[in-house]
Design a protein around this ligand. Sequence first.
Ligand code: AMP
Length: 281
Amino acid sequence: MEIAKTVAALREQVDDWRGAGLSVALTPTMGGLHDGHLSLLGVARERADRVVATIFVNPAQFGEGEDLDAYPRDEAADAAMLGAAGCDLLFAPTVAEMYPAGFATEVRVRGLTQSLCGNRRPGHFDGVALVVTKLLNQARADIAVFGEKDWQQLVTIRRLARDLDIATEIASAPTMREDDGLALSSRNRYLDERQRRIAGHLNRMLALTASRIVAGNPAVIALAAARGRLIELGFDTVDYVEMRDAITLEPLKAWTPGTDARIFGAATVGRTRLIDNMTVG
Ligand code: AMP
């Protein structure tokens, strides 16, 4: 696996491949790799001839008091995992390469980013939109793969790619989970044993609540009950448990067969904030 540190080196390699008639897939990550990231790579490998992974802990998407400094960084271990998974090129730029002196541009996707995690993490999706726009422009890949675990991020990226006429197709990969259903996340390594047990309840509570709603229980009551129950189960705070339209993220008060709804949850245990989502019905 080649490693590119600069945009110029990334482009040179991608241009070579495309010149040779090969298709290219991009899988952006912040490192701290786990099997969820590798499943994105699997989709990328199925869909394209060459796979580029990126590792960049993007300061622009971390708010004040968040875990930018503590975020797991182990490029050697990540590179070994990527190489073993058949990645062809790792793009791992420095902050100065991504945000050189004088950098002044913002990217904001209105609407979609103003609810759910957008409420609790002001500016987070602006930082995501900015870095993803840059990565898509830098790599000029045929396809880019993002995880359904970060559903609000996925629909935001689909929106911005369409709005900004970015030619790269935005594809998604399903959420990879631990045996108890906990969505794999780089932040799970912050959890101690007790917190890890509590964390497993988030996915189960979302699944239970979705099935209650499908069974005809009023959504407002089922969602409120889930929020209360998560606290009883040991979460320190619950940011939200909500049902929303899967594409527009508009809040939904009721579910009927054919509704494209998802249930979204975010809760903290200790200093770790966990998010999850799944389809309803
Ligand atoms: P991150 O490194 O956390 O920014 O994630 C990079 C990409 O991996 C994003 O598209 C995430 O949605 C995706 N991802 C993270 N966790 C998982 C998971 N458990 N299953 C599938 N994709 C994931």
